[in-house]
Design a protein around this ligand. Structure first.
Ligand code: SF4
Length: 364
């Protein structure tokens, strides 16, 4: 088994520096919590809401439009559509709500929201939990990339008392199967692992290796999130210990040295300290929103961008905006739906102009 050591971090940094240089990228995004209804009950979750007052937990079309327009004004290029798993299951009131807006299904609503985003020059990236192949095909046509956290390959964590004991969609086989299908469909995917929810170091390694095998088969993993567990108030794990910096750094370095260098390794800047993460080999910070909170970790606001750019510069890193789809998937035929290409190209131009000032604050 690979063991963490200063040498591991050095190797990870060398791989990062060789492939990504001093760039520390992030995606300016608007976070749309399309619905917070979910049939699972992960013990760490601060996002899910109980099925009462259904309309309060699902964004209306008017709320979506308002958020998208604010995102355009703030210079965002990504529209993150995020929701609980299979919200229609056992929630007839939710289905009736969608029908009252003219949508027959969650996927139909997601398609409509994606097109609202595209019309405004925003690039949709949907993380809707477990989807069938047919649903993935529909969303592929209107998303530049998609996401599904693997979280962990540990079956043990799905057992009694585990954080995934009441989350049937967190069974590793279910998530691996969907990531496999997404690869066959040539959908650029974001995935990752949750660090510190009770898994062992060996289980983290197994999770990263499983992602590496998926990517080896399909080449579709664009980024891997190393996401530290944070104990959310009011959740069953509110009192659980959070992972120390060393554990997070170990996972980052392991991801960087295990995955091919073209796969971006990211950790959210609102969930951990930047210096150790950069020192362990990250090259990316994921989405940061100037207009919406982090609905997944509501107790952890995103850092202010000027301060983040200045801190990055002290580490020898240069904060840089990026799109929610990586260049190789845009440039290589067969990945991006051709209808999305003009929107992506326009967003790239707009992003360069809007965020050029960051370059002046960064390291040389
Ligand atoms: S983490 Fe995701 S799947 Fe688990 S309960 Fe929360 S919304 Fe549902």
């Amino acid at each position: 088994m690979t063991r963490f050591s200063p040498a591991s971090a050095r190797s990870a940094r060398a791989l990062r520096d060789g492939a990504w240089g001093s760039r520390l990228s992030f995606s300016p995004k608007v976070f749309l919590p399309v619905t917070r209804l979910c049939r699972n009950r992960c013990s760490y979750c601060s996002f899910r809401r109980d099925p009462t007052g259904l309309d309060q937990h699902t964004m209306s079309p008017a709320q979506v439009v308002e958020a998208l327009d604010a995102a355009v004004m703030a210079g965002c290029t990504e529209a993150l559509l995020c929701l609980g798993d299979t919200p229609e299951t056992g929630l007839p009131g939710y289905r009736a709500l969608l029908e009252s807006w003219g949508y027959a299904s969650t996927v139909g609503y997601l398609e409509a929201i994606a097109h609202m985003a595209l019309e405004r020059g925003l690039l949709p990236h949907t993380n809707a939990g477990i989807l069938s192949e047919a649903q993935l095909r529909r969303l592929r046509a209107c998303n530049v990339s998609m996401g599904l956290m693997l979280e962990s390959t540990s079956e043990r964590l799905c057992g009694p008392g585990g954080p995934h004991a009441r989350a049937r969609d967190k069974r590793p086989a279910v998530r691996l199967a969907m990531l496999e299908t997404a690869g066959r469909l040539r959908i650029p995917m974001t995935t990752g692992l949750l660090v510190g929810m009770g898994e062992t170091a060996a289980e983290r390694q197994d999770t990263i290796e499983a992602i590496a095998r998926l990517h080896a088969r399909h080449g579709h993993i664009q980024e891997v999130i190393v996401q530290p567990f944070r104990a959310g108030a009011g959740t069953p794990m509110a009192g659980a210990p959070e992972p120390e910096d060393a554990v997070i750094s170990e996972a980052i370095s392991l991801a960087r040295t295990t995955l091919p260098v073209e796969v971006s390794v990211q950790t959210p800047p609102n969930l951990g300290r930047l210096a150790p993460a950069w020192g362990a080999g990250i090259n990316d910070l994921g989405g940061i929103s100037p207009v919406t909170p982090d609905f997944i970790n509501p107790g952890h606001p995103w850092p202010e961008l000027v301060a983040l750019a200045d801190e990055a510069a002290t580490l020898g890193a240069r904060l840089e905006a990026r799109l929610p789809v990586y260049a190789r998937f845009v440039e290589t035929p067969g990945w991006l739906d051709p209808a999305l290409r003009p929107v992506v190209e326009a967003a790239a131009v707009q992003q360069r102009e809007r965020w050029a000032w960051l370059g002046a604050r960064g390291a040389a």
